[in-house]
Design a protein around this ligand. Structure first.
Ligand code: NAD
Length: 263
């Protein structure tokens, strides 16, 4: 379905980004990866997923740009242009978390979270749009969070950045509404990735719980299903947004959160 399309997924060396990259590769897209994790292991996992789906891949790109630096993002987009001819599917996924109440929130953590979780998407989007508009086809998928829709104590920078990226998504969708370029946000609830495992570990230490008890306690507070969302489920939603059936989904903030935001 996505044969011939070039997909760039930021922060795709682990967690949700890796799951999204695998799902897109399994539909035939050519992947450009990014992130600070093990790039070769990620590329192998993506190649395996593509091969299992009958789409063996010749090349999987990687650029190690730090998403907190505009100049490195510009170099990554230049690499995408010169090596692959541009980006058709842009998934803004790289993100970090830090939990502390506002009066204790380190200002450098605030700056990093806003830069990586929000400003990076402005830079990749502004640089990807000219090519997408020229080709009159593009899909911009911003991995926001249920925290783009509701707040939680201790997560001021994250919630501000995620509400911000939902706003950026709407404007991107509107500015391109009469073109083949769509922009949408996906808003996951808890997914058991390294980012959330840290919150599980912190809770286990704080409340003297086992790992399993800490997971149940974290989910029990927020996620009515009592189950984690999976990267595979998020990947299937991203594939839908890239399909022809998704062509008139524009500016949506689509939650997949086990019922979290319904409360
Ligand atoms: P993760 O820690 O597993 O992966 C984050 C990825 O981003 C990694 O590849 C990491 O190397 C990369 N990254 C971090 N800082 C970077 C930087 N400065 N430059 C380039 N790459 C960088 O986390 P995850 O849970 O998979 O999170 C992915 C996205 O999903 C984030 O935007 C996060 O906010 C969002 N999200 C996660 C959850 C969850 O429950 N895990 C829920 C909602 C939204």
């Amino acid at each position: 379905m996505l044969n011939g399309k070039i997909a760039l997924v930021t922060g795709s060396t682990s967690g949700i980004g890796l799951g999204l990259a695998q799902a897109l590769a399994a539909q035939g897209a050519t992947l450009i990866t990014n992130g600070f994790g093990d790039a070769d292991a990620a590329r192998k996992a993506i190649a395996d997923a593509a091969a299992r789906a009958g789409h063996p891949v010749a090349q999987i790109g990687y650029h190690g740009a730090d998403m907190s630096r505009a100049s490195e993002i510009e170099a990554m987009m230049q690499y995408a242009e010169s090596t692959f001819g541009g980006v058709d599917i842009l998934v803004n996924n790289a993100g970090i978390q830090y939990v502390a109440e506002i009066q204790d929130f380190p200002t450098d953590k605030w700056d990093s979270i806003i830069a990586i979780n929000l400003t990076s998407a402005f830079h990749t989007t502004r640089l990807a749009l000219p090519g997408m508009r020229r080709r009159d086809w593009g899909r911009i998928i911003n991995i926001a969070s249920v925290h783009g829709l509701v707040g939680s104590v201790g997560k001021s920078a994250y919630v501000a950045a995620k509400h911000g990226i939902v706003g950026l998504t709407k404007v991107t969708a509107l500015e391109n509404a009469q073109s083949g370029v769509t922009a949408n946000a996906i808003c996951p609830g808890f997914v058991l990735t390294p980012l959330v495992q840290k919150q599980v570990d912190d809770r286990a230490a704080r409340d003297h719980l086992s790992g399993e008890e800490a997971k149940r306690s974290l989910l029990g507070e927020k996620q009515p299903s009592g189950e984690f969302v999976t990267p595979e489920q998020l990947g299937a939603l991203a594939v839908f947004l890239c399909s022809d059936a998704g062509a008139q989904v524009r500016g949506a903030a689509w939650n997949m959160d086990g019922g979290w935001a319904a409360q």
